[in-house]
Design a protein. Structure first.
Lengths: 363, 501, 165
């Protein structure tokens, strides 16, 4: 069943790669309390595991020990697991019925990887899909390197407390507060949605869902969650990782210019835009949305081409802020500059400074 | 000799209204009406009436209407009136029963069991009067992957030839000979004005229509009528006709009396000879032969034109369509069993083939399962009756649709199913000049253009209601459909949920 | 001035132009057409029935379709720049409006001598006591109206267009 939802999103990124605690992002998303309804909240953080920067960091939800055993057996076959530990959490009266949360730092088992003739990322993507689809009671909430997603059912501020996110240090934080119009009651369904080092927070309800889903499923993806965020993540991943487009170009394809605009372009540009729309017509995302895509390269903000959802940007020194509401930026940075809305269909990419090495974050 | 074949219709004339002006008599090519000077009234020979309603529409005093012939049989749910009459007719003539237009039998119309979605609260609907709304579609083979020079904003991979349509609606194949030159010219003029395509059918491209070549799809069918290098190179797209929804598995037959001098020149056959299209292409006995023909046509046109392959919706359509895609077709046309025809054996038309809705759904899914759906375009044909059907077809997975009957109706057709007689009173399905001049291309082009504009507005309203502003986001978007009154199997083939789910 | 022209390739020989013309020039329904025709462009079927069934003598059409269903065209007054009918009229009934160039016959002056019939190169005048001819559905005194024949034609075989005087 598809779950339409309204949402709050927020992000903070330090372009110098300097890491900051989760306190600010928590404050920002907390301000937009009314945009969530207690049925989902979460955070994605980049640069939090510098000691294991070259290992895949798997965040797992287990409903019971059986699922944990099955997953560990599967992981053990495919990966050399270097660290296996509980993700520190503190239950409160607000968040108290969650699954077991565990994390593993691992690298693909060389023999298995060679046999599969896949890149490490492709291999990992398939393993994650396998765990999510086939192991009852297990769900991978994130699987990138030197990053992690912390999410669950509850208001985002309570989820943040639950995971102690103020204790983590990251150069990029994204946050999500969810307002689903029915009850998921399931932690895996909370956002950010992640795949490898992609994390996506999204506000909106896309009307092109099934067109996008049925297109991207041709290329080895399985949309099991039936959420917009999931399909948008797969579109992004496919366009960037398989089709070789830059993040901006992928975002541009998903919010392609109108035909009458294309018709007025100079011939060379027109030929390009025409081909992009012809070939990737089913990757066009329609309906209201604002999204923030986090990755080890930076963050990208995107609004639908009609600009049907709010999304504001601002900056101060090396730090760039994004949020559904301007107030959620001002609350953490009263003297921020350049407060402006993200334009409809105008991808806004924020990269790390060229000379920044975020410890294995770059691939 | 007496005959048990009864008239189908009864002409009813209101004597109080009839002024005996004789318009009906002069306008009826079937010689139904006759001004009888002895009786002092206009009489009607009911047995000749085909219910084309020309007289009804032309009568200046509205004195005429047509009724079903009132003769009853003993009630019999098994031996229906039409079946009994069919037996009499065959017994008296020994001939195959011929008919025209699409299958009218009461099989399920799946379109009517599919309801459309609209936005409420969580997602705004889009008002096409205030926001841009895109109905443009691009047909043709798409590379699996393109290379782009992002820095310079340049395309590196060049696209194969494509067809750009302003509306996802084209006019299906109707040949000169089956329809009049005026009728075909009307479609050509309308296609040009609308930014879409008309299709010559298998009857060649009349020299008067070459000026509409940019909007012409030319057919290469089993009879190869009118095919030469000039014909192929004139068109925007070439369509190989393998089958037709109205008569899958059989060929075509244009009787010699319709092969006038003009038709003969256009079809490149002798005047007055029957134009017989064989059932199969005799150079295509298998899928690899189709590949050869596709390649030959591409070679003949130096790879400047997309090639489409039109197949009738039959039982194994998904596998056939997949084979056609892999044989190099750039566009696949699937023609459902309700598709129209200028002439077909009645029993074939009414009993062979499968519904376009199911065929389209399974073809689209099959191509996706094989990860090749994005590389080819799919056109649905065979009874697209309204803008809502267009929306449904695209949501099921079509890139565009062909319409035939709807366009003919716009031009005056009254669906009397007598095209094969060649005496079309509306000037459409005839090569008689006295009749074809009744179709003034200027007037009827306006009607056809109006129709498509109206459909375009309706499509925009419908997809806008769904929160969609581009037809691209409707294609294959089956969540925008819900079934009503369908069983599990039907829902699973259509790939849609039941209403309420 | 605007004249009525017939396009042979489009003429169907249906003769609806004659029927509408006759009705537009009938005593029972003519006034209705002059009043409402220019607005609605439609002829009330009951007016056609009245003109066709009630009026005696039968109202006269001022346009005539020549030919048959294979080849035909409608003929009516050309409103010639140098009209023979006006030149030859012995009673001064036939006149051409100097402004509109519409040629009409004043029935109060016409003596029915048929000189105009003999002089008309197109055979578009008939005499029923007085000469009857196309007045472009106007007021009969030179002001043109909306020709019923043009409105009647189902195939745009009759057009009412500007042409040189």
């Amino acid at each position: 069943m598809r779950i339409p939802s309204g949402c709050a999103i927020s992000a903070i990124m330090d372009r110098s790669g300097a890491r900051h605690s989760g306190a600010d992002i928590l404050k920002s998303i907390t301000l937009m309390h009314d945009r969530s309804n207690g049925l989902g909240g979460g955070f994605a953080a980049y640069g939090i595991y510098p000691d294991y920067a070259n290992l895949y960091a798997f965040h797992l939800f287990f409903e019971d020990q059986e699922a944990k055993h099955a997953t560990e057996e599967y992981l053990g076959h495919h990966y050399i697991v270097e660290v296996s530990e509980r993700i520190p959490t503190t239950k409160s009266h607000k968040v108290n019925d969650g699954p077991i949360t565990w994390r593993y730092f691992a690298r693909p088992r060389p023999g298995v990887l060679e046999m599969e003739e896949l890149s490490e990322d492709e291999f990992t993507m398939r393993c994650v899909t396998h765990i999510n689809m086939s192991i009852e009671g297990a769900f991978v909430s994130s699987s990138g390197k030197n990053m992690g997603a912390f999410k669950g059912v509850g208001y985002p501020e309570d989820i943040g407390e639950f995971y102690h996110i103020a204790d983590y240090q990251a150069w990029l934080w994204t946050a999500h507060g969810r307002f689903p119009t029915n009850t998921p009651g399931w932690w895996g369904g909370a956002h950010p949605f992640t795949l490898l080092d992609w994390s996506v927070v999204h506000n909106g309800e896309i009307s092109s869902y099934d067109a996008n889903r049925r297109w991207v499923e041709q290329f080895g993806y399985e949309c099991t969650l039936m959420t917009d965020t999931e399909v948008i993540t797969y579109l992004f991943d496919h366009l960037v990782r398989h089709e070789g487009l830059s993040q901006e170009m992928a975002a541009h394809v998903m919010t392609a210019p109108m035909w009458d605009e294309i018709d007025r372009m100079p011939p060379e540009r027109r030929e390009l835009e025409y081909a992009l729309r012809a070939v990737y017509s089913s990757a066009l995302v329609n309906g209201p949305f604002s999204i923030i895509v986090g990755s080890s390269k930076g963050m990208l903000a995107l609004n639908d081409r009609l600009k049907l959802r709010s999304l504001m940007a601002a900056d101060k020194d090396d730090i760039v802020y994004l949020a559904s509401e301007e107030s959620a930026i001002r609350v953490i940075c009263p003297d921020c500059k350049n407060i402006r809305p993200i334009g409809g269909g105008e991808p806004f990419f924020v990269g790390l400074y060229p000379d920044v090495d975020v410890l294995g974050g770059a691939r | 000799m007496i005959s048990s074949v009864l008239p189908n219709f009864k002409v009813v004339r209101d004597k109080d209204r009839c002024i005996q002006c004789g318009v009906c008599e002069r306008q009826c090519s079937n010689n139904v009406h006759h001004k009888d000077d002895v009786l002092g009234v206009i009489t009607a020979e009911d047995s000749r009436c085909v219910c084309c309603q020309r007289c009804v529409v032309m009568c200046p005093t509205n004195a005429l209407h047509i009724e079903r012939y009132p003769q009853v049989n003993r009630a019999n749910a098994n031996w229906t009136h039409d079946l009994v009459q069919g037996v009499y007719r065959e017994a008296e003539t020994g001939g195959v029963l011929l008919t025209s237009m699409g299958n009218p039998e009461p099989y399920p119309v799946y379109w009517d069991h599919l309801l459309l979605n609209a936005s409420q609260v969580t997602n705004p609907s889009i008002d096409p009067l205030r926001e841009p709304m895109e109905t443009r579609v691009i047909l043709g083979r798409k590379p699996a992957h393109i290379e782009v020079n992002e820095r310079e904003g340049k395309l590196i991979t060049k696209l194969p030839p494509q067809l750009v349509l302003d509306f996802p609606i084209m006019f299906g194949a109707m040949s000169y000979g089956a329809i009049s030159l005026n009728a075909q010219k009307t479609l050509a003029m309308a296609a040009r004005e609308l930014g879409t395509m008309f299709n010559t059918g298998e009857g060649g491209l009349h020299r008067d229509l070459e000026e509409y070549a940019d909007n012409a799809i030319v057919q290469v069918a089993s009879g190869r009528f009118g095919v030469d290098a000039h014909y192929l190179n004139t068109a925007r797209m070439i369509e190989i006709k393998i089958g037709q929804g109205a008569k899958p598995g059989i060929g075509g037959h244009l009787p010699g009396e319709k092969v006038t001098e003009d038709v003969s020149r256009t079809r490149m056959i002798p005047e007055g000879t029957d134009a017989i299209s064989p059932a199969p292409h005799h150079d295509i006995y298998s899928i690899e032969d189709l590949r050869q023909l596709i390649t030959s046509l591409k070679e003949a046109t130096r790879y400047t034109k997309p090639i489409s392959v039109k197949i009738a919706a039959v039982h194994n359509i998904a596998a056939i369509a997949s084979g056609v895609a892999r044989a190099g077709a750039d566009v696949i046309v699937v023609d459902g069993f309700r598709g129209g025809t200028g002439a077909a054996p009645l029993r074939i038309r009414d009993n062979v083939g499968i519904p376009i809705e199911l065929a389209l759904a399974s073809v689209d899914q099959r191509l996706r399962d094989e990860s090749i759906r994005s590389e080819v375009s799919v056109i649905a044909a065979g009874s697209i009756r309204s803008s809502a059907d267009v929306v449904r077809a695209i949501a099921l997975g079509a890139d565009a649709v062909y319409i035939g009957t709807a366009a003919l109706l716009a031009m005056g057709c009254h669906l009397c199913k007598s095209c094969s007689a060649g005496t079309c009173n509306w000037g459409i399905a005839t090569t008689r000049t006295d009749l074809s001049k009744r179709l003034n291309p200027e007037i009827q082009t306006e009607h056809v253009v109006n129709l498509i504009h109206a459909w375009g507005h309706e499509i925009e309203e419908m997809i806008g209601g769904m929160g969609i502003n581009s037809i691209d986001s409707l294609r294959g978007n089956r969540l925008m459909l819900r079934g009503v009154g369908l069983n599990e199997k039907e829902l699973s083939i259509l790939g849609v949920k039941h209403a309420g789910e | 001035m605007r004249r009525v022209y017939s396009i042979e390739e489009l003429c169907l020989d249906c003769k609806l132009c004659e029927i509408w013309c006759r009705t537009a020039h009938s005593n029972v329904a003519g006034a209705t057409w002059r009043a409402e025709g220019p607005i609605t462009g439609r002829m009330d079927p009951f007016d056609i029935i009245k003109a066709g069934k009630l009026e005696q003598p039968e109202p006269q059409s001022r346009i005539r379709v020549e030919g048959d269903t294979v080849a035909s065209m409608a003929v009516n007054c050309r409103h010639c720049p140098e009209p023979k009918c006006v030149e030859g009229c012995i009673s001064g009934a036939m006149r051409q409006d100097p402004e509109t160039h519409v040629i009409t016959c004043d029935p109060t002056r016409c003596v029915g001598c048929r000189t105009c019939v003999a002089l008309c190169p197109f055979g578009t005048i008939v005499v029923r006591d007085v000469a009857l001819k196309c007045d472009l559905c106007g007021d009969g005194a030179g002001a043109p109206g909306m020709p019923a024949c043009v409105a009647a034609c189902p195939n745009r075989a009759l057009v009412y267009v500007e042409s040189e005087v």
